[in-house]
Write a protein that binds this ligand. Structure first.
Ligand SMILES: Cc1cc2nc3c(=O)[nH]c(=O)nc-3n(C[C@H](O)[C@H](O)[C@H](O)COP(=O)(O)O)c2cc1C
Length: 137
């Protein structure tokens, strides 16, 4: 079974700040070790993140992410499903969505009405459109 989580949150630091790189480095290192995979989106002052993996590993990392003071107002959805990973081989991908596209992205996500499969599809599209390259590759 695959545990999948998606959340959005508000960042303390603005777009372009060095913290995103620091978050990405620690995320890739820890997630590789815990066999978690996923994708982080920076959209102006917000983060969107999708994570997938084993339930215990996920709960451990989510607890740390919840306590991280670099962001706040975290809003999560999680499901447990019998399906393959959406981001195999990506310990954590990253995309910085251009400011003029953020509104459209927010609307698309709102239109998913909390349906995680739809959300994952949108996140995959973002990964493709913005040519996100994980640091490790
Ligand atoms: C938006 C955001 C996304 C993060 N994503 C991850 C992640 O995918 N995996 C991870 O291990 N840490 C992630 N972190 C970092 C954790 O919150 C935490 O700093 C890190 O796991 C180290 O934990 P520790 O300080 O308790 O050692 C993220 C932090 C933020 C703010």
């Amino acid at each position: 079974m695959l545990f999948q989580t998606f959340y959005h949150s508000k960042s303390i630091f603005p777009r372009g700040h060095i913290t995103d790189l620091e978050i990405l480095r620690i995320a890739q290192e820890t997630n590789r070790h815990l066999r978690l995979t996923g994708f982080l989106v920076r959209a102006n002052g917000c983060f969107f993140q999708y994570l997938e993996g084993g339930v215990h590993e996920m709960l451990e990392v989510l607890e740390r992410i919840r306590l991280d003071t670099r962001h706040f107002d975290m809003n999560e959805i999680s499901v447990m499903r019998d399906e393959p990973r959406q981001f195999p081989g990506w310990s954590m991908g990253y995309a910085d969505v251009p400011p003029d596209e953020v509104r459209t992205l927010e609307q698309m996500l709102q239109n998913c009405h909390g349906n995680l499969s739809e959300i994952v599809r949108q996140v995959s599209d973002i990964a493709q459109q913005h040519g996100a390259t994980p640091l490790e590759e």
